[in-house]
Design a protein around this ligand. Structure first.
Ligand SMILES: [Zn+2]
Length: 347
């Protein structure tokens, strides 16, 4: 989830200025700890609530996995610094993740969540991808959520955290949630959960496939997204849709983002997913994924879950431990109920 509404953004910047403990009325908890490590040149500071059911080392290992996947995708960490607040809350093993202004991630762990649960988690990687894409007008929120949904499994597969079969199983089972229903007016301005998360995911899949087909698989969505981050398009920046399309398309030498937006933005569009899976050479039979390597786009499908930078250096150095007066206060930030509901329904 990305908290991108103007008021929320201003509030979070205000809180991030260091005033959070004072205005939240909470006294600092002497048991809270904070640790910083570096991944791909980005400073990742983790504040751990003393009430967590997990050992600090387990939580830090989990944060390290997400940082590794995102760093490998961009070739570096997408922002110079991020502060991650981890607090307990009963629910899914990992729940209520949210990213704020490209600087802060707040996320909660069920007290019973095990190291295996954390190893399987996708939520934190999803939130970290919000750091590496600009904030857009509310009408294009689906581009923000859809991109995090699309890149998270691909990035985790590329560093060996997820199998290609699991990536395609989730895409095949999830993407029908993003198809237009009767009365749909296109993705622009949608408030529907399925259209926002999975419709946005379909949008970026179609962009990725279009770029790969037109460049004989030499370029991909990766080039577009990296170019945006290199142009300052991080979660803390406000961009127009036009800028996203212009910078992204210039990087791939295509007009793919413009084209897919024309198709999906203002009117319902059926991407014919079954036909797409057939061309990519992937099908689900009785819950199992089978690949057809003779399919016309099989090579493209394989390269989507393979890293081009397997030897990327991934420094992950523990810097220091210290008392964190923010940890308890920050994680009590109220979450808009509508988003909690929508989030609970997602995947
Ligand atoms: Zn999100």
């Amino acid at each position: 989830m990305k908290i991108a509404f103007r008021l929320a953004r201003r509030l979070t910047i205000f809180l991030a200025a260091g005033l959070l403990p004072a205005i939240s009325g909470q006294s600092p908890d002497p048991g809270a700890i904070e640790e910083t490590f570096v991944s791909g040149g980005g400073r990742v500071t983790v504040s751990l609530s003393p009430s967590l059911g997990q050992k600090p080392a387990e939580v830090l290992a989990w944060v390290g996995l997400a940082a590794k996947a995102v760093t490998a995708y961009y070739g570096r960490y997408p922002v110079s610094a991020v502060h991650i607040f981890v607090a307990p809350r009963a629910g899914d093993p990992v729940n209520s993740g949210s990213e704020h202004v490209g600087r802060i991630i707040i996320i909660r762990l069920d007290p019973e969540a095990t190291p295996e649960d954390l190893k399987r988690d996708w939520t934190l990687t999803h939130e970290m991808f919000h750091l590496g894409f600009p904030s857009l007008d509310r009408s294009y929120h689906y581009l923000e959520e859809g991109l995090s949904d699309y890149l998270e499994p691909l990035a985790r597969a590329r560093v060996g955290q997820l199998s290609a079969r699991k990536v395609w199983k989730d895409f095949i089972e999830g993407m029908p949630n993003g198809l237009p229903q009767a009365g749909d007016a296109g993705l622009d301005g949608t408030r529907d959960w399925g259209r926002t998360y999975w419709g946005g995911c379909i949008f970026w899949l179609l962009v990725d496939l279009d770029v790969r087909q037109r460049t004989k698989n030499a370029r991909s969505l990766d080039d577009a997204i990296r170019a945006m981050v290199n142009a300052g398009g991080t979660g803390g920046s406000d961009w127009s849709l036009e800028r996203v399309m212009d910078v992204g398309d210039a990087a791939t030498g295509t007009d793919s983002i413009h084209k897919i937006h024309l198709l999906l933005g203002a009117k319902p569009f059926d991407p014919h997913l079954e036909e797409l899976w057939r061309k990519l050479g992937v099908r689900e039979e009785r819950g199992r994924i089978a690949f057809d390597e003779t399919a016309p786009l099989a090579a493209m499908r394989r390269s989507m879950t393979q890293s081009k930078n397997p030897a990327l250096p991934l420094a992950s150095t523990v810097r220091f431990w210290r008392w964190s007066p923010w940890a308890t206060a920050a994680t009590t930030l109220p979450m808009p109920e509508t988003w909690s509901v929508r989030w609970a329904a997602s995947r």
